[in-house]
Design a protein around this ligand. Structure first.
Ligand code: NAD
Ligand code: UGA
Length: 465
């Protein structure tokens, strides 16, 4: 069996960075080089302010950096040194061409694969860490084999990542499972065993699942689709709750107590965000269509459609409640990240909310504890979001505290479930707002009764007004 002593990770993003930092942390005998084509990102990984915020990440990185963990743009040297290479590059939804809006853009995976083929001077285990459509490993193998010279051998494994942002380090240190897929040849099984050994340094072997390559690739898309489906299901029920007088949190609790259903991922919200759920489901929809399974494609597509409906429904509720107009009204938006404990804003529901508020000519005062001003403006001026980006500068103000954001506001909208929003001095906030003072809780995190006693008009997702 190959004993892995040197790992290279291509892609120093939300996955590559934390995942391989934890490997370095738990395997001091393995040297880990994390490479990226983006020199600014690498510089940030080598600085005191890491490029991503994750609880516990600094401790892990600062403990191993410069010892057995290195961040570098020297791709060639890192690839050559490595026995095992993780490909952890981005796989966004395609914007143009065939499959645009659905299929995964595999250009970065292909470029990383071609890079490995052209650089490698010895045999390597190449591991798909990125989330990819089923059978991508086949294309990777073909490219590697067609471009390799001499008797260099490439074994391809699939090792999808299941970490969630905000809990990445916790998830990596104590994963529910590690999944490693391989072709079923003796050589590929040896490579699979080598990666099992790496994880076995801290994960008990009953949690390391080995499967065939295609099951592993599909399990990643399936897991995200099933998780997102639960959110869309509870969000669909939240609409029924608002119309009937049922409380969605009580319904979720009652259902979740059934062991067969379970309590996780039944929190109604303004809609799921993040870089992966929508992308991976659309990817599954595209795959189903390619396999000539239109009914299957339509089934999964509905999960994304329901998510869009939830965001639209929430905006409509806000406008309707604010006397059918928000023109020139001031809205305090609490939270811009797609969930708490991260500074990531990709596909955040807050972006859609802002878009509608700006189109309705409200002013939006945003507060988020971890998202930078530049990042907010970058998202809101993304081509295709709003026709007139000048409006963004005119109508969006970023504030340093929730108290500043809500000063003279007509309404507070909770977009992200940051814990600090639960502990604010809402009596103080109420005093500084226009009356009637409205709160729209898109995350079901506030104590509605208490707020009502203060004087607020409270509107919670999944509860009647
Ligand atoms: P990311 O955009 O944060 O990071 C990807 C990095 O790869 C970027 O820094 C980019 O510069 C780099 N890169 C692209 N092509 C390269 C190349 N040829 N050589 C070197 N570097 C290159 O993306 P991410 O969020 O880390 O996601 C990576 C993959 O992991 C995606 O497929 C995603 O679906 C999957 N995933 C993400 C999460 C998550 O929570 N973000 C969780 C599980 C799986
Ligand atoms: C998700 C999965 O949970 C990870 O297992 C997976 O590895 C990852 O996608 C990925 O492939 O990228 P992530 O998107 O980081 O992780 O965060 P989640 O905790 O899943 O939250 C996603 C969105 O759903 C957030 O906007 C969150 O607020 C929302 N959500 C989550 C709800 O609205 N209700 C819930 O009950 C749970």
């Amino acid at each position: 069996m190959v004993q892995v002593k040197n790992i290279c990770c291509i892609g120093a993003g939300y996955v590559g960075g934390p995942t391989c930092a934890v490997i370095a942390y738990k395997c001091p005998h393995i040297k880990v080089n994390i490479v990226d084509v983006n020199p600014d990102r690498i510089a940030a990984w080598n600085s005191d302010k890491l490029p991503i915020y994750e609880p516990g990440l600094e401790e892990v990185v600062f403990d191993r950096r410069g010892k057995n963990l290195f961040f570098t743009t020297e791709v060639e040297a890192a690839v050559n040194e490595a026995d095992l290479i993780f490909v952890s590059v981005n796989t966004p939804t395609k914007k143009n061409g065939m499959g645009a809006g659905f299929a995964a853009d595999l250009a970065y995976v292909e470029s990383a694969t071609r890079g490995i083929a052209s650089i490698a001077k010895s045999s390597k285990i190449v591991v798909e860490k990125s989330t990819v459509p089923c059978r991508t490993a086949e294309s990777m193998r073909t490219i590697l084999e067609a471009n390799s010279t001499g008797d260099i051998r490439f074994d391809i494994l699939s090792n999808p990542e299941f970490l969630a942002e905000g809990t990445a380090i916790k998830d990596l240190l104590n994963p529910d499972r590690v999944l490693i897929g391989a072709l079923q040849t003796p050589e590929d099984r040896k490579a699979q065993e080598a990666l099992v050994e790496v994880y076995a340094n801290w994960v008990s072997t009953d949690r390391i699942i080995t499967t065939n390559l295609w099951s592993s690739e599909l399990s990643k898309l399936a897991a995200n689709a099933l998780l997102a489906q639960r959110i869309s299901s509870i969000n669909a029920l939240s609409a029924i709750c608002e119309a009937t007088g049922a409380y969605v949190d009580e319904v979720a609790y009652a259902c979740g107590c059934d062991k067969r259903i379970g309590p996780s991922f039944l929190k109604a919200s303004v809609g799921f965000g993040g870089s992966c759920f929508q992308k991976d489901i659309l990817n599954l929809v595209y795959l189903s269509e390619q396999l000539n399974l239109p009914e299957v494609a339509a089934y999964w597509k509905q999960v994304v459609d329901m998510n869009e409906y939830q965001k639209k429904r929430f905006v409509e509720r806000i406008i309707k409640t604010l006397f059918h107009t928000i023109t020139n009204k001031r809205i305090a938006l609490f939270g811009f990240a797609f969930k708490k404990d991260t500074g990531d804003t990709r596909e955040s529901a807050a972006i859609t909310l802002c878009k509608h508020f700006i189109q309705e000519q409200a002013t939006v005062h945003i507060y988020d504890p971890k998202v930078s001003d530049e990042q907010i403006f970058l998202e809101l001026t993304e081509p295709g979001l709003l026709d007139n980006t000048e409006e963004v500068k005119k109508r969006v103000i970023i504030t340093r505290s929730p108290y500043d954001a809500s000063q003279d506001a007509d309404a507070i909208v909770i977009a992200t479930d940051w814990d600090e929003f639960k502990k604010l001095d809402y009596t103080r906030i109420y005093q500084t707002m226009h009356k009637p003072a409205f709160i729209f809780d898109g995350r079901l995190i506030l104590d509605a009764d208490k707020l009502q006693q203060i004087g607020f008009s409270v509107h919670t997702i999944g509860r009647p007004a």
